[in-house]
Structures are given as C-alpha cells and as structure tokens.
Design a binder for this molecule. Sequence first.
Ligand code: AFP
Length: 316
Amino acid sequence: MENISDATKQFIDLRRHMWMAGIEVDLRRLIWQIAVTGKYISSKIQESNRKLAGFENIYGEEQLALDRSSDEIIKRQLEFSGFVNQYASEERESIIQVGKGGEKYIVTADPLDGSSLVDTNLAIGTIIGIHRESILTGGDKSLIAAMYITYGPLITMIYSAGNGTHEFVLNREGEYVLSEESIILKERGNIYSIGGLRKDWAQKHHDYIRCLESEGYKLRYSGGFVPDINQILIKRGGVFTYPALKGNPNGKLRLIFELQPMAFLMEQAGGMATDGRKSILSIEPKTLDQRCPIYIGSKYEVEKAKAFLDGNKTAI
Ligand code: AFP
C-alpha cells in the first residue's frame, strides 16, 4: 500500500490494514485481540501507579506487581481467543496450555518490559511473539509475527506478520489507526543506545562504541528496551546494544521474550539483529530464559559491530 496520505492513514485501522495486507483471518484476529490488551494494561498502569492510587488500587484489591497483572490480562485474552494453543511469558517458569489443544499458534510475551521504570513516568512496553511451531524446536521459521505496544505520551503499537513493519496509534475512540506504514531503516543512523556497565564491557566492544562516538553518534538510552528500540525504528536508524559482559557472557536480555520479536520487526524494516556473530533469528533457543548479547538496528552499525567483534579491522 504505497504512498498513503496522512489524511487517509487515520481511516485505516489495524483490522483494515491487516485485511488489505492479505494476512490470514485467524492471525488477523489474534493480532487484534493482543493489541486490545494494550488498553487494559495501560489502564492498569494508570490505576496502580502509586502516585495516583496509593499502594492499594482504587478497588482496594490486592495489588499484584504490574508485570504479573499485565501477564494475567494477556493470558486471559489468549484463553478466549480460540487460536492459541500455548503461552510462554517472561513472568512464568514454563510454557502453559491456554487452548483445548491443536490450536494454530503459540504466543510469547514480555508482558511489561521496563516495569522498574513505571514510577519514573518513562515509557515502557509489552513485547509479543507469535509462533506456528514449538518455541524451542521450531527453528527460525517458527516465528511468523511480532508486535510491541509502547505506553508513553501516546499508546502506539508496532506489528509485522511478514508484511513489513507498521506503526499504529491508539486514538481517542480507542481504535488503533495507522501512523507509519512500511517503516524502512536508512543504511545508517546517528543514535546509539548502549546497555551494561562500561567497566564490564569486553575490549572489542569498548573499541566499537568508541568508534561510533568518534563518528558523532548521539547517546539515547532510557533503560526501557521497548522505547529504546522504538526510537531506532521511528528515527529510521541507529543501534541498540546490550553486550556480553565480563562475568556474564550472555548479557541481560532474553532471546525468546525480548530479542526474537524485536529482531523480526527490525529485519522486516530492513535492519539487522545479531548476537555479535549470528543473526538472532537463526539462534535456536535451548531454554525459555536463555539470554543473548544483542546488536540491533540499521545495517551499517550492526555490520560494524560484527567486524569489531571478529577483530576484522579492515572491515571497520
Ligand atoms: P526491567 O524490566 O527490570 O525494568 O528491565 C528492563 C530491561 O530488561 C530492558 O527493558 C532494558 O533494555 C534493560 O533491562 C536495562 O538494563 P539496565 O538497567 O542494566 O540498563
């Protein structure tokens, strides 16, 4: 759907966009059902923020941690979806059955990533992966769609079902309407988002970061994976990295719940995602909570990271 005018975009809601993109009906319904949970999670954030309603929420019910209550909202939505067989969440030890058996999809979630930022009023988000096959043994074709919802000044939702990467904004009527269609990253950007403590970085990572700084990259790091990635997508370039650390070679972020969905969305936008050597989507997870170093964003910066980590100075 090339060249949709801004005026027209506001009339293209999420369901119409997915229908126009020819996405199969069950997957369209599932993506929409998950997107709707964003409204409920957002009201939980409002309602349970201690600055608004004390440590008890306005109903006086026992206050679940926000990430666990967000997880419950998603689980309940999936139980009634009719399309989901299993659900894996960063908040749960194991994969759980939510369907009767035989349903088409398996859903992964980081229900509320960055929840430690809620009291600072910084943006946080929900990260979703939709799989056809087993999460652990389905290979790199298992992931067929990904999405994330950002709870910031606006509630926005980015999705892809292999049809490019697109942004929607939740309007006053409670509809997700198209705001950025077919996001495509430039060859390179000018922002870098770097996690982990400098004292724990390997020398090759230090050298890479120093090179970006010598090329004038601007530091943009909030401590929230979702808004930090969202900034690279919406600004059409740059790099986010949470590297291998001394004493923690797998870094901090989780392969299944955080990195695979973001890698899917970034690659659909013409970007790249690697652990420093292999593409994220080619890594077969061994365990649910497997962590992985990450370099994700526009091609120039990610290829440069690979060159530094390979010690291949000529390619730098
Ligand atoms: P929380 O969910 O505990 O706030 O952690 C957020 C996160 O998993 C991810 O969203 C950030 O990119 C990363 O941790 C920030 O880690 P540091 O606090 O070590 O910078």
